[in-house]
Design a protein around this ligand. Structure first.
Ligand code: 5RP
Length: 217
């Protein structure tokens, strides 16, 4: 399914363009296909893993810091709704992903039906990238809003999970609320760098189905 989804994405790539590629296994298939078809494109990516795959495939990768616009960017996500609001959670690189998403004319999510819902159900937590110095303050703000919040833990010296930007990752359980309200509530908290809710950013989702594909746009 993921391979087929990546195949459909090829139709949206213009030759000689700079394209954004996010992280995940569907994007990994897309890298393979770009190489196989010898498409003449330059790639910008927020993902170290995707960058390594591109370099192994001898594709040109430019640093994010040098790019301000791409015609199209592709990404996976954990959940997307019928209004193209999306939730990402796993990788902890959502801030960089959002930077590329918002420099793209077209930000296209590559998913299968299992990731699509009418409205986001927040099956996975909302992830916050937080300035380490703002940890206690952000946790208190989130608790005051009535949500449960925990720090993502890992095997670092202090147990916290740090992003490649040196920030912390917090996970928030969302039980109710509209995407619009949630996006507004969290964007108002000083100390949060970005959340993993992509509210009104995606322009399309290519949804691979057993019969073929459908496009949400
Ligand atoms: C992590 C993400 C990834 O982009 C997403 O999980 C990738 O999915 P897949 O491996 O199914 O292509 O949003 O938070």
């Amino acid at each position: 399914m993921k391979k087929r989804c990546a195949q459909y994405a090829l139709d949206y790539i213009k030759p000689h363009s700079i394209i954004g590629l996010g992280g995940g296994s569907t994007i990994a298939y897309l890298v393979e296909m770009i190489q196989a078809k010898q498409l003449d494109v330059t790639i910008v990516t927020p993902s170290v893993t995707t960058a390594k795959l591109c370099q192994a495939a001898e594709l040109t990768v430019v640093p994010m810091s040098q790019v301000d616009h791409v015609t199209v960017a592709f990404d996976g996500c954990d959940e997307v709704d019928g209004h193209l609001n999306a939730l990402k959670s796993g990788g902890g690189i959502h801030t960089k992903e959002k930077v590329i998403a918002t420099m793209a004319d077209d930000y296209i999510l590559l998913v299968d039906e299992s990731k699509v819902s009418d409205t986001l159900s927040f099956k996975v937590p909302l992830v916050l990238e937080v300035l380490p110095q703002a940890l206690a303050k952000v946790k208190a703000d989130v608790l005051r809003l009535g949500y449960q919040v925990t720090a993502r833990m890992s095997a670092t010296s202090d147990g916290y999970t740090y992003t490649e930007n040196g920030n912390l990752l917090l996970e928030v359980t969302i039980d109710s609320g509209t995407c619009e309200a949630i996006a507004q509530q969290f964007s108002a908290i000083v100390g949060i760098v970005e959340t993993s809710l992509f509210y009104q950013i995606a322009t399309k989702a290519i949804v691979v189905t057993t019969e073929g594909k459908r496009i949400i746009e």
